[in-house]
Design a protein around this ligand. Sequence first.
Ligand SMILES: Nc1nc2c(ncn2[C@@H]2O[C@H](COP(=O)(O)OP(=O)(O)OP(=O)(O)O)[C@@H](O)[C@H]2O)c(=O)[nH]1
Ligand SMILES: [Mg+2]
Length: 305
Amino acid sequence: MPETLPVARRCGFIALIGAPNAGKSTLVNALVGAKVVIVTHKVQTTRALVRGIALEGDAQLVLIDTPGIFPPKRRLDRAMVSTAWSGAADADMVCLLIDARRGVDEEIEAILGKLKQVSHSLVLVLTKVDVVADKPRLLELAADLNVRLPFEATFMVSGATGSGVDELRSWLAQRVPAGPWHYPEDQVSDAPLRSLAAEITREKLTLRLHEELPYQSTVETTSWQTRSDGSVRIEQTVFVERESQRKIVLGKGGEAIKAISMAARKEIAEAVDAKVHLFLFVKVREGWGNDPERYREMGLEFPRE
Ligand SMILES: Nc1nc2c(ncn2[C@@H]2O[C@H](COP(=O)(O)OP(=O)(O)OP(=O)(O)O)[C@@H](O)[C@H]2O)c(=O)[nH]1
Ligand SMILES: [Mg+2]
């Protein structure tokens, strides 16, 4: 008899999909128990797939955060939406997140219609329940959606307060298939630190300039050096489309970029657990949204059309 029996480990890939702003990234962070993906109040914050990793007993849950699904217009939109669907197709289970305040509208109808064609283990997650006072409406919404699609279970959660999150995590842990873990047990995300750092800066940029500077900017980490004193020197480039946008990012007397840089540096330092020197450069790159190189940096397929 062997002295120790092999541990019955389980591991599975679970995609979180839904309309933009449904609360996918917030829920990934809540399930993981650490901030692994960025969150803003703006739609289309997430652009590429990021995997957050949670442990629950013998189970490793690989939670795939995806961009919101909506009718795409621009090339970048198309790349984001198609990557979201590919994230769903590759997963063992798919959680469909619906903002409980919003309910089902045309955009959600379209997602439901397409989900019907993807054969999958489906879970319904109504989000932001902390801001829904009308509880009977939640039950009605859940019942209505369960008539349309064969969900294996329905959860009502708040990524903000944590309500319902533990229940969802334990349920998922029981459902993922038996098998070895895909990642080391202390790993919480598959994103390299340099892309997490770029995302953090993009989050701060969006939070600060959301009104003046919608959408057409991207951030890349261009240099990362660990110094002999253990501190990290990071250079990043913010790409914008026009000179007028560059001025907005810089702000009067460099005020905006300074504030963005300070907020980003603080959070990046926490993420890398070291002192960070952050240098931000703002470049005008007209049509970066049509430049394959930018998509490669974002981890997105470049749509040819
Ligand atoms: N009150 C409340 N707000 C929430 C909750 N979850 C997310 N939010 C807020 O909703 C907004 C969008 O959250 P995200 O997690 O970025 O949503 P997302 O689905 O990842 O959005 P995209 O990446 O743009 O598709 C943010 O302002 C969040 O703070 C929740 O449970 N309760
Ligand atoms: Mg997101």
